[in-house]
Design a protein around this ligand. Structure first.
Ligand code: SF4
Length: 379
């Protein structure tokens, strides 16, 4: 097995953002201690079952991990080091909300082993932040980044969003300028999606939420892909830009179809070709762990056709694309013999390209990735 990636889910948020359908809950602070104990118990169990495997990436995501008291986060990190063989040069990321970060907390987290921070900035416009239901303002972002740099973090990512209600192309361009000016090593930029069951989706259905039209959103996308690489942030995945060498190694595991273990409520794993999901509710997760029941609610062994399709569309998300020799080695299938017709059709639409070694998405393919991905799905 390749070295393992570990994902730990922290399903707590101070308040739910209006567009968010992630598995996270507000008003659940009373469960911090019990959840941490359950998490540590699952870490110990999984570390034992897998014989203390070597781990080269850890990602503490959420939710808002930075909402947890720092002593509890320290406890989780210490459990990890006891039960897994964490490599000395492992990338250990934690997501943080600019509205919940303190300097003391960052000092402690750095000492506990966290070496990469990912801030959910989303926007540098206070009006847009308020419309999204975010708890922070731009001043909080600048302060959080100042603390992070002062603490010695030099691998910092920020998340940004476009296609927001009231956002203009010129406004977004100014936000990109601000994003680059804060000098982080990595930026992820996502278009707003209306997720079922969120207040945004309901408001949109009622007609009380107006979003930029398709052409405006496309113009924002074009600005992003034109602007960031010129400022040293190279695109290495559809939505991700990094300074060379500072790509997120943990996320690369997902796109390169490598194994990862998810621990915590709503966490997913991919181990030995099997996809595994844990129960989403916090209390359900805690009860399962303390009552000695498995928190797993879904296991799926993928068929070869499903695995090949997943492998292809995950690899094609990256700028590097799909390496033909790796595909053959993994599936014992010649890519062009099996998918030649699909490839040629997509190539005629200027969505994919190849040399003798790789297949990758063109610029147009990056923009309309969904057309490509759905073409490879088994019937
Ligand atoms: S902070 Fe993140 S996880 Fe929490 S509600 Fe907002 S978008 Fe969702």
């Amino acid at each position: 097995m390749s070295e393992l990636g570990l994902y730990l889910h922290m399903p707590f948020c101070r308040q739910k953002c209006l567009y968010c359908d992630f598995s996270s809950y507000s008003g659940a602070e009373h469960l911090f201690v019990a959840y941490t104990a359950a998490l540590c118990q699952q870490i110990a169990e999984q570390g034992g079952l897998l014989c203390k495997p070597t781990v080269d990436t850890v990602y503490v995501g959420g939710g808002t991990p930075s909402l947890l008291p720092v002593q509890l986060l320290e406890q989780v990190m210490s459990c990890l080091y006891t039960n897994f063989n964490i490599k000395n040069d492992a990338e250990i990321s934690m997501e943080a909300n600019p509205g919940t970060v303190t300097r003391e907390q960052l000092v402690t987290l750095k000492a506990a082993g966290i070496n990469r921070l990912s801030f959910g900035v989303q926007s540098f416009n206070n009006d847009l932040l308020a419309r999204l239901g975010r708890i922070h303002k731009t001043a909080d972002t600048l302060t959080a980044l100042e603390y992070a740099y002062a603490t010695g973090f030099n691998n910092i990512s920020i998340d940004m969003m476009y296609g927001l209600p009231g956002q203009t192309v010129e406004g977004f361009a100014r936000e990109l300028e601000q994003a680059v000016a804060v000098n982080t090593s990595h930026i992820s930029v996502y278009g707003l999606k209306l997720e079922e069951g969120t207040p945004f989706a309901a408001a949109y259905d009622r007609g009380s939420l107006k979003l930029p039209d398709e052409a405006t959103e496309e113009a924002m996308y074009d600005r992003m892909v034109d602007f960031l690489p010129g400022r040293g942030l190279l695109r290495y995945e559809i939505s991700n830009f990094a300074r060379p060498g500072l790509e997120c190694r943990h996320n690369m595991k997902y796109w390169q179809y490598q194994p990862y273990l998810g621990i915590g409520a709503a966490a997913h794993s991919f181990l030995n070709g099997e996809r595994i999901s844990n129960v989403t509710g916090i209390q359900e997760y805690i009860s399962a762990i303390f009552e000695g029941r498995s928190p797993v609610v879904m296991r799926e062994i993928l068929t070869k056709d499903q695995s090949m399709a997943e492998y292809i569309f995950l690899a094609l998300r990256t700028s590097q694309g799909l390496t033909l020799a790796n595909f053959y080695q993994r599936f014992c299938v010649d890519f062009f013999r099996h998918f030649g017709n699909i490839f040629e059709k997509l190539q005629r639409q200027d969505l994919v390209e190849t040399d003798s070694r790789r297949v990758w998405l063109t610029d147009r393919g990056m923009k309309f990735g969904n057309i490509v991905f759905s073409s490879f799905l088994p019937d």
